[in-house]
Design a protein around this ligand. Structure first.
Ligand code: PXP
Length: 238
């Protein structure tokens, strides 16, 4: 079964646009879970322009499903996740000024850094996932870090999907096969939506988890949050 983790960063972006506490991020996390999300993802960035460090601490006790925290493993990020102890930490190589994540790790180049970070997190019982593109060399080297999973960066799949879906999915099938053969779990995320999610799932049914934010929260404006989460879950159902 492929789990749906809802990234609630966009709820925080909307809240931050006005100050105050509308919409309420904590209530959104509670409701996403009540409406069927299998997990909640947050991505605190150093400038706290979406989810703030304080949000992450406040959300932790209300998580009844799975808590995934994404981010660049700076000292402050690591201190946060080690105090909050989510179920999973996804390591992302974000530059400080990135609007959103726009690349996976070069694992070979960052092998010793990633290995150190993974070791620290796993010692605390936190599952790790490393954000990567489909480059086979990256995935073949991922087990050297000790990571449990990789997360495939799906923006290139999403942008190629309407031109030629079969061509767009091909490198992802190959990458996910290599990961499976190496005993790594496979997550996927970025620009997944109601057009491309079912096809991804049908072609790589062994994906453990997708994390989806932008499109899902945008769809919820029209369809409602409960309905939207249920529709996304149905894309992963068969
Ligand atoms: N995975 C990672 C590592 C991300 O950085 C993001 C965006 O915060 C996502 C998944 C979700 O992407 P989207 O908002 O396009 O669904």
């Amino acid at each position: 079964m492929t789990k749906l983790s809802v990234n609630i960063n966009k709820i925080a972006t909307l809240r931050n646009a006005r100050g105050g506490n509308i919409p309420n991020v904590l209530a959104a996390a509670i409701n996403c879970q009540a409406y069927g999300a299998d997990g909640i993802t947050v991505h605190p960035r150093p400038d706290e322009r979406h989810i703030r460090y304080r949000d992450v601490i406040e959300i932790r006790p209300i998580i009844k499903t799975e808590f995934n925290i994404e981010g660049y493993p700076s000292d402050s990020f690591l201190n946060l996740v080690l105090s909050v102890k989510p179920h999973q930490v996804t390591l992302v190589p974000d530059p400080h000024d990135a609007i959103t994540s726009n690349a996976g790790w070069d694992i070979v180049k960052n092998l010793s850094f990633l290995t150190d970070v993974v070791t620290v997190l796993k010692k605390e019982g936190i599952r790790t996932s490393i954000f990567v593109d489909t480059n086979p060399e990256n995935i073949e080297n991922a087990p050297l870090t000790g990571t449990d999973r990789i997360e495939l960066y799906t923006e290139p799949y999403a942008s190629g999907f309407h031109r030629n879906a079969a061509e767009a999915i091909e490198p992802y099938i190959k990458a996910a096969r290599i990961a499976r053969e190496l005993g790594l779990g496979v997550n996927a995320g970025h620009d997944l939506n109601l057009d491309n999610l079912r096809y991804l799932h049908q072609n790589i049914p062994w994906i453990d988890e997708v994390s989806i934010g932008h499109a899902l929260i945008s769809d919820a404006l029209y369809l409602g949050l409960e309905n939207t989460i249920q529709i996304y879950k149905r894309q992963l159902a068969d």
